[in-house]
Design a protein around this ligand. Structure first.
Ligand SMILES: Cc1cc2nc3c(=O)[nH]c(=O)nc-3n(C[C@H](O)[C@H](O)[C@H](O)COP(=O)(O)O)c2cc1C
Ligand code: SF4
Ligand code: SF4
Length: 270
């Protein structure tokens, strides 16, 4: 029985989770939501099982996932599930996704949130390597349990994620309104060497390189891939975040991340 996992990631956690699930489930294809969104026409998967794997954004779903749902036809798919990756609090994102699916004629049979390393620099930056390892090892255990639940087509949705629901209503609408020009908050400092990685890891072609410097194009998702993946840490939010530790999921090589984001070859010219 084949499964398709539709994936969105910024810094690799959700891709790592999807790859781990795919390996445990077998017969599973991973599809990039950003790349699929660039192609015209409806998406009609020919599967018994379809899953979504994505990062939580302010206790909600990333904008690109919300925009993808009306494009995908799932009313014929018997088992639909989702795995949200988060720094801590975010289960309401699964309820939001279920609501979006219902508006489009299907629904989630199961949804799980797993804690992975928080990539949201304004919250404090990534923890030290030891803590990261512990968090990711724990996530791997949770993924094993989730994979066996998917295999047995378990029905399981989060119950009353009150704290997450409150955060969602307080923060998510304002976050979505602040897109797409939220990239006005980014600036690049003199340590930039013009390598173009920030362009290649952007899932929505929102970074151009002009005179060997990134220039943001104001259709940003605020996935924070560019700021976290810059090898020189040359991209800054506000000055107070300059020293905050960057993050890149260690099991996802840059080349793979670039392929899932943009389909570029990471070794190609800018
Ligand atoms: C804009 C933004 C908002 C976020 N909001 C939340 C949140 O509300 N709750 C949470 O636990 N983590 C939050 N995070 C952290 C990410 O969900 C988490 O690190 C996720 O695993 C990143 O996945 P990725 O590497 O696939 O992008 C947020 C991250 C970003 C960039
Ligand atoms: S990734 Fe960093 S160093 Fe490379 S072009 Fe972008 S800002 Fe400059
Ligand atoms: S510009 Fe940076 S934060 Fe915005 S969508 Fe692209 S990679 Fe993500």
């Amino acid at each position: 029985m084949t499964t398709t996992l539709y994936v969105f990631t910024g810094t690799g956690n959700s891709l790592a989770a999807a790859e781990s699930l795919a390996q445990k489930l077998g017969n599973t294809v991973i599809e990039s939501i950003p790349i699929r969104m660039k192609k015209a026409g409806p998406v009609i998967p020919d599967n018994q099982k379809v899953g979504f794997v994505f990062p939580v954004n302010y206790s909600g779903v990333p904008l690109i996932l919300a925009e993808f749902i009306p494009r995908i036809s799932l009313s014929h798919v018997p088992y639909i599930f989702a795995v949200a990756t988060a720094g801590g609090v975010g289960r309401y994102a699964l309820i939001q996704l279920d609501t979006l699916l219902k508006e489009n004629g299907s629904s989630l049979q199961a949804g799980w949130m797993i804690r992975m390393v928080d990539n949201y620099i304004p919250y404090g930056g990534a923890p030290d390597d030891k803590t990261q390892k512990e968090i990711l090892a724990d996530a791997e255990h949770q993924l094993a349990v989730i994979a066996s639940s998917i295999q047995s087509e378990k029905k399981e949705m989060p119950k009353f994620p009150l704290m997450s629901q409150m955060l969602h209503y307080l923060l998510y609408p304002r976050f979505i309104r602040s897109l797409p020009e939220i990239d006005n908050r980014f600036h690049v400092d003199d340590t930039c060497n013009g390598c173009g990685i920030c362009r290649k890891v952007c899932p929505v072609e929102n970074v151009r390189i002009l005179d060997e410097r990134p220039v943001w194009q104001h259709h940003c998702l605020f996935c924070l891939a560019c700021i976290n993946l810059c090898p020189k840490e040359a991209i800054q939010l506000e000055e107070k975040h300059r020293r905050k530790r960057r993050y890149h999921n260690p099991s996802v090589p840059l080349k793979k991340l670039v392929q899932i984001q943009s389909g570029f070859d990471s070794s190609s010219d800018q």
